[in-house]
Design a protein around this ligand. Structure first.
Ligand code: BYC
Length: 473
């Protein structure tokens, strides 16, 4: 369906034919814009970044590019095309037709999941709101704003579902999505990672690599859902998500490449690397440890009756469910290591459905490891032996069986005091943050890049690197 951009809310869901829904969303729209002005990228309301805007769901050309003031961005509602005769691909409902409405008995479960997903989107915009002041280049500033407006669109995607399928409670939840705020002592965001500050660009790149990748896995799980509007919405969201992970992956690669250049000049002593204005590898490792561990928490507990229920009911599957042989997972178990309470580790057999969070987390860890291996090739190419390491998934966890356990990055349970003594080597401390913050000076001359990060390989949409990616009005 073609999208009418003259409409107040661009959409491919034929909003005009449902006046009640249209009015409800038009009522929410000013609240969203107020939130954007107050909690979105601070002080850039008049700037015009070169942004990609979704205009259809066609594979061949779903977006258009142009300079846009962010409050004028056309946040629209786009669902992937409906598949004819789509069937549920997993769980007890396997093979039955997907639902176009919410089944009564799953109403509160689905609402809770959609709210949790929706909550992360504005949360990330809030977390990143001050980064524009310290962007290392106009190219990076543009990418930050691209990520921000698309997270805003993903909020719209979830708000559409709440309004269209959950009546009054849905409308109330949509309002509450703008009332909770990242890091707020009274009304924080729902999931821990989304309350962590992102006050420097190294954190931003780690977040877009590790946390947006959790987003990818969660969205892929929803893309399998028996609730067809949720599946179609998340399928299209995944199209945009790829760029966010690219920003993280390429951002970290550029930081490392610059660090290696400096190491070639001054050697690998972290103090000397810092004195030469680059971020030393041990600091990068500590940031990596923090964001990886925090993002692992987003998959939930290793053994989860919630996860078993979602799978059984056909609400939330596994990413790319079609690739698995057994779509029912009624039998079988996964051996999951956990602390035995006596200082040791014991494996427990968790029924497959209850172990869904862990199965998906394992696939995520595997994908993260591919990224780290690629970054290590840049270090090796510089002639250095140091390697960045993905810590054990048991390290520094706040959710699940490993929550608050004294575990070192290799995954060994250690004495509590050794753990406390080890933490400054393993996680970013005040000194690391102060140093990284000291490098965060904004660079706004087209084509120029801050000294702590290598230039990108190429520009956006085949434009040159010295293009005016943001017009700072
Ligand atoms: N922090 O049974 P359990 C993204 C809660 S990122 C705080 O293990 P379950 C994005 C849990 O809610 C993707 N609380 O949980 C990325 C539950 O609480 P209640 C976001 C946590 O349900 C970058 C209790 O602990 N999408 O899109 O199996 C930028 C028991 O837990 C946490 C989703 O998360 C935590 N980390 O699994 C922008 C998908 N973990 O209900 C966007 C929707 C668990 O007992 N959410 N808890 O009060 C879900 O599918 C599930 O809620 C979870 C948890 C996978 C998160």
């Amino acid at each position: 369906m073609a999208i009418d951009y003259q409409e107040r809310i661009p959409n491919n869901v034929d909003l005009a034919s449902n006046k009640t829904l249209q009015r409800a969303l038009e009522h929410w729209q000013p609240a969203f814009l107020t939130w954007w002005r107050e909690m979105g990228p601070s002080d850039f309301l008049r700037s015009e970044p070169y942004l990609r805007t979704a205009i259809s769901v066609d594979r061949a050309g779903w977006a258009t590019f142009g300079h846009v003031k962010m409050p004028d961005y056309r946040w629209g509602i786009f669902l992937a095309e409906q598949e004819q005769d789509r069937r549920i691909g997993f769980g007890d409902e396997f093979g039955k037709p997907v639902w176009q409405q919410v089944p009564g008995e799953l109403r509160s479960t689905l609402r809770r999941l959609i709210v949790t997903q929706g909550d992360t989107e504005p949360a990330s915009v809030e977390q990143q709101r001050l980064l524009g002041h310290t962007a290392p280049s106009l190219y990076d500033l543009r990418n930050l704003f691209q990520v921000n407006v698309e997270e805003g669109r993903h909020l719209w995607a979830m708000v559409y579902l709440l309004h269209a399928y959950f009546g009054r409670d849905g409308r109330e939840e949509a309002e509450a999505l703008l009332e909770r705020h990242s890091g707020d002592a009274d009304k924080p965001r729902i999931l821990t990672t989304f309350n962590e500050p992102i006050s420097d660009w190294l954190s931003f790149f780690m977040f877009t690599f590790f946390t947006d990748r959790d987003g990818k896995f969660q969205l892929k799980s929803f893309a399998e859902s028996g609730f067809d509007p949720l599946a179609r919405t998340t399928r299209f969201m995944l199209t945009e998500e790829g760029h966010h992970m690219f920003v993280g992956d390429s951002g970290i690669a550029r930081v490392i490449r610059r660090t290696v250049e400096v190491m070639k000049e001054v050697g690998d002593d972290p103090d000397k690397v810092r004195a030469a204005g680059a971020i030393d590898l041990p600091t990068i490792q500590r940031y990596l440890n923090f964001w990886f561990a925090s993002s692992l928490d987003l998959f939930g507990a290793e053994s989860s009756s919630n996860a078993a229920l979602y799978f059984a009911a056909g609400v939330k599957g596994r990413p790319d469910e079609v690739k698995f042989e057994d779509h029912l997972c009624r039998d079988g178990a996964m051996a999951i290591d956990q602390p035995d309470g006596k200082g040791g580790i014991a494996a427990e057999n968790v029924p497959l459905r209850n172990a869904m969070n862990e199965a998906v987390r394992a696939a995520y860890v595997h994908e993260c490891a591919v990224g780290v291996r690629r970054w290590n090739t840049f270090i090796a190419a510089g002639g250095f032996k140091t390697e960045l390491i993905l810590p054990s998934p048991r390290f520094h966890r706040l959710q699940g069986v490993w929550a608050n356990q004294p575990v070192d990055p290799s995954g060994s349970l250690i004495a509590a005091d050794s753990y406390v003594r080890g933490l400054p080597q393993w996680l970013p401390g005040d000194g690391d943050r102060a140093f990284v913050h000291s490098l965060m000076q904004r660079v706004i001359e087209p084509g120029k890049v801050a000294a702590w990060i290598a230039p990108p390989d190429r520009g956006v949409n085949e434009l040159p690197l010295d293009y005016d990616y943001v017009r700072l009005n």
